[in-house]
Ligand binder design. Structure first.
Ligand code: COA
Length: 318
């Protein structure tokens, strides 16, 4: 049995930035409230003619280049997204066509903000079992398209973007473990109620009970940290970097405290990106790899929590 490891990372943000002060003009909020309660200062939003697949493609090309892998070498393309360009074909199939390759498996995975962690867990299993040797794993979102811009409790929190990694088969891990969970009993706390299957395509806007989501997120992420360390016989001090889902700086700080990890060892992008859902972890990872903070051989813990609820972690040696 082989392992999987990251061969290269990439990311892409739309060029349009929207500051907290810009939001004061469109919804009843203040820049200071957003900054204090969430840590967010600005976010990148797509323009009218930009799509989720555009972001995914730009991030994927950078990851392929960093990995020195050709699209024709890929056995699997996996896109974690809640905002696909179309109901079908999947964004992964659209991306495959853009990359100019045919035949390899390609599908989308929907686990909202935990999507990238789920996708790494799935791609790792493809590689470990020998079904794939090289996998492109992308987290890409255009959540701005499903925000209610009159709801100050949600629209100030989210941003658009994409991040990607190329995973390759290796003799040593790489990905050490992934722990994936869900509990649909929480479906009403964070949702887009509309859909084709339930006959309400007009209701495709996010609704959230922010306060309750916050409380469950903090305790659940604490538990997933414990689960990951215990499963691998590790101490908190073994972790070199925490790469958390970027929803709210206060949630991130709570998880870092749980790990006794100083904030200098936590990759934080929430101030500049907001919550980019499935894109947030690969965006943060790519930033810290490219600026030289994360080095080969270091132990990384990724964790995420999102609608469903879904939550999970990936432990890896970079
Ligand atoms: N600007 C100004 N005031 C706002 C506001 C905004 N954008 N959004 C909410 N408020 C107000 C509320 O209306 C409320 O006012 P009231 O006391 O007069 O009713 C007050 O701020 C406090 O609201 P509350 O929801 O208790 O604030 P909070 O400290 O919990 O912060 C969130 C709100 C949304 C930032 C926070 O709950 C959160 O981050 N939740 C988790 C969200 C998340 O991570 N979701 C994605 C999971 S992947």
């Amino acid at each position: 049995m082989s392992y999987s490891r990251i061969l290269g990372t990439g990311s892409h943000l739309p060029s349009r930035t929207v500051t907290n002060a810009d939001l004061e003009a469109i919804v009843d909020t203040t820049a200071a409230w957003i900054q204090e309660r969430t840590g967010i200062e600005k976010r990148h939003l797509v323009s009218d003619d930009e799509t989720c697949c555009d972001l995914a493609e730009a991030a994927a090309r950078k990851a392929l280049q960093a990995a020195d892998v050709q699209p024709s070498d890929l056995d699997l393309i996996l896109v974690a997204t809640t905002t696909p360009d179309q109901f079908f074909p999947s964004t992964a199939c659209l991306l495959q066509q853009r990359l100019g390759v045919r035949g390899c498996a390609a599908f989308d995975l929907q686990a909202v903000c935990t999507g990238f962690v789920y996708a790494i867990g799935v791609a790792d299993k493809f590689i470990r079992t020998g079904s794939a040797k090289r996998a492109l794993v992308v987290g890409a979102e255009t959540l701005s398209r499903v925000l209610n811009w009159k709801d100050r409790g949600t629209c100030v929190l989210f941003g658009d973007g994409a991040g990607a990694v190329v995973l390759g088969a290796a003799d040593q891990p790489g990905i050490i473990s992934s722990h994936l969970h869900a509990d649909g009993a929480y479906k009403d706390l964070l949702q887009i109620p509309g859909g084709i299957g339930n006959g309400h395509p007009e209701a495709c806007f996010m609704e959230m009970k922010g306060n309750e989501v916050f409380r469950v997120a903090v305790t659940t992420l604490g538990r997933i940290v414990d689960e990951t360390l215990e499963a691998n016989g590790l101490a908190k001090s073994d972790i070199d970097w925490l790469i958390p889902h970027q929803a709210n700086i206060r949630i991130i700080q709570a998880t870092a405290r749980k790990l006794d990890l100083p904030m200098e060892r936590v990759v934080v992008t929430v101030a500049d990106h907001g919550n980019t859902s499935a894109a947030s972890i690969p965006l943060a990872l790519d930033q810290a790899v490219r600026d030289g903070r994360i080095r080969r051989g270091e132990l990384l813990l990724m964790e995420a929590f999102g609608g469903g609820f879904t939550w999970g972690s990936v432990l890896m040696r970079y």
